[in-house]
Design a protein around this ligand. Structure first.
Ligand SMILES: *[C@@H]1O[C@H](CO)[C@@H](O)[C@H](O)[C@H]1NC(C)=O
Length: 221
């Protein structure tokens, strides 16, 4: 009886451990696996083909594209500069990436989610109002005003946003727990899908008149 209880506990602990392991990208089975687009003379692991490690150079792990302010002249007043496996092929299989975010005064990163990553954001300049909403069990909103040097976490898969409250530009860096976090911006995905979602579907989903759906679809197309 005692043995079988212990066995049961061991099974539960193992089950929890494997859940934790698969909560983000799979762990690497080698030091690195530099992504190459040409599958000829390459090895497939997960995500991207790997370059022959003997041909690796420091540039495979390097990106200089975050120097200087970004142009935030667009409809939302913000610009995201990703640094993921597309910019740094050496990130392949490592389960991590980065973004730089520039915000004009009143600039917004609209409500969105990352299907494959949690996010940890640090404010380098400015003042941000940030928040995320939990899933449909209670749709609880968590918000905070962040100042220079402050850090906030957005859990994987939850809808979140950042808004520049300050009168000057703001800049943040965010680490993400995937080499390829993905992004789904709610308004763009729902009202700008290709082809369009039926206006009947959206009118009922948002409990509004179809004219409002047509208006929003026109904006995001
Ligand atoms: C910023 O982007 C806008 C819109 O694309 C463009 O009109 C403007 O010239 C750009 N500004 C700079 C400084 O590049």
């Amino acid at each position: 009886m005692l043995m079988s209880n212990r066995f049961f506990v061991a099974i539960v602990v193992l089950g929890l451990a494997s859940t934790l392991v698969y909560a983000s990208d799979p762990s690497s089975l080698q030091d690195f696996c530099i992504a190459v687009n040409d599958p000829k003379s390459a090895v497939f692991v997960n995500g991207k083909f790997c370059k022959d490690p003997k041909l690796a150079t420091a540039d495979d792990f390097f990106f200089h594209g975050l120097r200087g302010l970004r142009n935030t002249s667009n409809s939302v007043g913000s610009t995201v500069t990703p640094v993921d496996v597309m910019q740094i092929p050496g990130l392949n299989t490592l389960g991590i990436s980065l973004v730089r975010i520039d915000y004009a005064p009143n600039g917004l990163i609209p409500p969105h989610m990352h299907p494959r990553a949690s996010e940890i954001l640090v404010v380098l300049e400015g003042t941000l109002y940030v928040g995320f909403v939990t899933s449909n069990t209670d749709n609880r909103l968590f918000t905070k005003v962040l100042y220079r040097g402050d850090v906030f976490v957005f859990p994987e898969g939850l809808i979140h946003f950042q808004f520049n409250l300050g009168k000057s530009n703001a800049v943040a860096l965010a680490g993400l727990s995937s080499q390829n976090p993905g992004i789904i911006t709610v308004a763009n995905a729902v009202f700008g899908s290709n082809p369009k979602i039926s206006a009947d579907v959206l009118a009922k989903a948002f409990q509004v008149d179809k004219k409002i759906v047509d208006y929003l679809e026109a904006k995001f197309w």
